[in-house]
Every structure is written in structure tokens, then in C-alpha cells.
Design a protein around this ligand. Structure first.
Ligand code: GTP
Ligand code: MG
Length: 378
């Protein structure tokens, strides 16, 4: 595939050989002898970036496509690869350049008032709001890229492992009527409401004299510290509900959902009110599972049935957008005080940070950092 029409923009040759390990090894050997070398991680995408086939936001999206763990994550990655984010950023970038020129013209030609754009502050403000909207997608962006850590916690026998298995659709964790069945934390990946999740089943929380169980409970508590959402299971059929609740209240939980389980054993039972969002389920009959998933999706994506956001930025872009917004707020104040030189300088900072997202302004170490996360051959 001759340059510049190949994927990378370079001359490109693709060799296909038989699939066995030995045949591929020998083919590689011949190529090395002829002076070839293996590609660095992400080198093909890097070359496409250098040759202007993709900007940096699109190049990052190549990796997002490869690692996407749910349909929703894939769709967002594809949007970014197709330039949806880049187009918004490029529009902001050129508008900021205009505004910077406006500020500078007030320095260079202070007497030509008639030619000035009368609404520079309004325009800066509009851009801040536009950036802020993009910035607000960082949480869902992080959740889609890295997966959402969901920890199942509660007292022994509450039904944590049963719920884990139900959510996974297969029997991953051992379930028995004996309290203290799960001793270690168990992790598995799944998709809930189109969101990629990492489920962690934990050992039931209680005081125990058993050394193994003690270590398990310690691990449970560690997992709780790293959760994005905690599904805290309570046994609604327990003789003393106060004991179930006391353990929950003693424990520091991140984004907890109180899940009263075993509703089949206690139909119509009056359950105490809790401060956390609460659902009543039966893992045995499947009752209430839908509303549990709705509650989960509302916490993570503000909607019981998350749909594809047009864009969902990653952590790198979030940091750059934040700095850009702060600089523009400063620029706005400076402009209102007629300190046009300062305003122009602050707008320039914003321009550089917006440009860094798409790679217009970027340092080699940032590029190294981004592309080293790719796998070889991409
Ligand atoms: N009737 C009824 N039984 C349930 C329900 N959910 C779980 N169980 C039973 O409760 C018992 C304990 O379930 P597990 O899933 O092992 O509970 P756990 O919270 O993982 O317990 P530990 O691992 O000991 O902390 C098992 O006998 C399950 O079959 C439910 O909704 N209804
Ligand atoms: Mg268990």
C-alpha cells in the first residue's frame, strides 16, 4: 500500500503467512535478516498520527476500541475515532485564537474602537460553558474505559455470592447455607446495563476467631475502599434486622446501595428505613433484580438505561480541559478590567491545553506515555 494512502500514511507492505508458530518464526527470521525490526507498541498508530492521518484524540481512541469492555464503551470509542471529540475541540481552538487576536488588537490599535468585537466576554463565557459540558463527561468516560468497580458486601450468608453468580450468569462463587463460605475476594468482569463492570464478591463481614476468615474480612474491607459502587446485602429474613444494619452502619461505604435480599422468605415484612438508596430483591426468584440494576445505572450514569454519550473524555483530556477553563476564567476577569495583555496570555494558555488533547501542541514525553500503553502491532 503506497504512501500516502495507507493506514499509517507510510509505504506499507502486509505479509500473510501460514499460521503455525514455526512458519511465522521463520518468516520473521528472514525479515530480520533483511534488516527489518519489530514495531514498538503503538508504532503504527503513532506513524498515522505523525503523518496527519489521525489526531491525538483519535489515536487514543484506537486503544479505547481495542480495550472496550461493553457495546457502550465501544460506541464511544468509535465516535472519538471518527473525530466527534476532535471536531468540537478544533472549533473551540480556532474560536479561542480569534478571541486572542481580539485582545491583542486592543493593544496594537487601541484607537480603532469601531472595529472591535463588542462581545468578547460573552464569547469567552460561552466557550467556558462548552468546555465545562465536555468536562462533565469525565466520570462516565473513566467508567467506560476502566470499568466500574462494584463490590458486593454484607454479613455472612446475606447472599453476596448468590448475587455475584446471578449477575455473571454462571456459578463463579461457591454458595452454601453455611455462614462464612466465601473466605477470599473473588473478581470477575461483566456488563451491567451496557456498562463494563468489575464485580468483587467478598467474605462476609463479622468478628471471627478463625484466622483464615479474619484475613478474608480484612481483604473485604480493602476492596470496599476501592469500590465505585457498593452493593451492601442485608438478609431480610434474619431474626434480628438491627444486627444486619449495625454492621452496615459501622462500615465506611462508597456509593452504597442497600440490598435487602431473600424477600421470598419474608414477604410483606416491614423493613427499617435506611439512608442509602434501597432495593428489595430475591436472588432465588429474581424478584427486584431489575430495579437493583436500574439503581446501579442511575448512580453510575444518571440513567437507568444508559445510552451512548456522543463523547466521554478520558483522564488526560479532563486535566487539560480543567486548566483551560481556569485560564479562561482568569482571561474573562482580566478582559473586564481592560487588562488585555493578561487576557491574551491566559487565552494562549487555554489554547495550548486544548491543543494538547488533539496533539496540536504536545511534548515528546506525553506522546511516549500515550503510545507506550498500546500493544505491539497497533
Ligand atoms: N430463600 C433464599 N435463599 C437465598 C437467597 N439468596 C441466597 N440464598 C441462600 O442463602 C445462603 C447463603 O448464600 P450465599 O450466596 O452463599 O451468601 P454469602 O453472602 O455469599 O455468604 P458468605 O460467603 O458466607 O459470606 C445459600 O444457602 C443461598 O442459597 C434468596 O434470595 N432467597
Ligand atoms: Mg459468599
Amino acid at each position: 500500500m503506497p504512501a500516502p494512502h495507507s493506514n499509517t500514511g507510510d509505504d506499507l507492505v502486509e505479509l500473510h503467512c501460514h499460521g503455525g508458530q514455526a512458519a511465522a518464526d521463520q518468516a520473521l527470521h528472514l525479515l530480520f535478516n533483511a534488516g527489518c525490526r519489530l514495531a514498538e507498541p503503538g508504532e503504527f498508530t503513532f506513524r498515522a498520527f505523525v503523518n496527519g492521518k489521525l489526531d491525538l484524540a483519535q489515536a487514543e481512541a484506537v486503544n479505547d476500541v481495542i480495550t472496550s469492555g461493553s457495546d457502550l464503551a465501544l460506541k464511544v470509542a468509535e465516535n472519538q475515532l471518527n473525530g466527534v471529540l476532535s471536531r468540537q475541540l478544533d472549533a473551540i481552538y480556532s474560536e479561542l485564537n480569534n478571541l486572542r487576536a481580539e485582545c491583542e488588537s486592543r493593544l496594537d490599535f487601541p484607537d480603532e474602537e469601531l472595529a472591535y468585537d463588542p462581545d468578547v466576554p460573552g464569547k469567552i463565557d460561552a466557550i467556558i460553558r462548552q468546555i465545562s459540558k465536555l468536562y462533565d463527561t469525565r466520570n462516565i468516560g473513566g467508567a467506560l474505559r476502566d470499568g466500574i468497580s462494584v463490590v458486593l458486601a454484607g454479613r455472612p450468608n446475606a447472599g453476596k455470592s448468590s448475587l455475584m453468580n446471578l449477575l455473571l450468569g454462571f456459578d463463579r462463587a461457591i454458595v452454601t447455607p453455611i455462614p462464612g463460605t466465601t473466605r477470599d475476594t473473588i473478581e470477575a468482569h461483566s456488563v451491567i446495563r451496557n456498562l463494563p463492570v468489575r464485580l468483587t464478591d467478598t467474605a462476609g463481614l463479622r468478628e471471627s476467631s478463625d484466622v483464615i476468615e479474619q484475613i478474608g474480612v480484612e481483604r473485604s474491607r480493602k476492596s470496599l475502599d476501592t469500590a465505585h459502587v457498593t452493593l451492601y446485602l442485608l438478609d431480610s429474613s434474619a431474626p434480628d434486622l438491627a444486627v444486619e444494619i449495625a454492621e452496615m452502619e459501622r462500615t465506611k461505604l462508597i456509593n452504597p446501595v442497600a440490598v435487602w435480599n431473600k424477600s421470598d422468605l419474608a414477604p410483606g415484612k416491614e423493613l427499617p428505613k435506611l439512608t442509602a438508596p434501597t432495593v428489595k430483591i430475591s436472588v432465588l426468584t429474581g424478584d427486584g433484580i431489575d430495579s437493583l440494576l436500574d439503581t446501579f445505572a442511575r448512580i453510575v450514569a444518571d440513567s437507568p438505561r444508559p445510552t451512548v454519550p456522543e463523547v466521554a473524555i478520558n483522564a488526560r483530556a479532563a486535566q487539560l480541559l480543567k486548566t483551560a477553563m481556569d485560564s479562561l476564567t482568569k482571561a474573562l476577569n482580566a478582559f473586564r478590567l481592560e487588562e488585555f495583555e493578561l487576557a491574551a496570555a491566559d487565552i494562549k494558555i487555554a489554547i495550548d491545553h486544548i491543543g494538547e488533547i488533539t496533539g496540536k501542541t504536545v511534548t515528546p514525553d506525553v506522546l511516549d506515555n500515550i503510545f507506550s500503553r498500546f500493544c505491539i502491532g497497533k
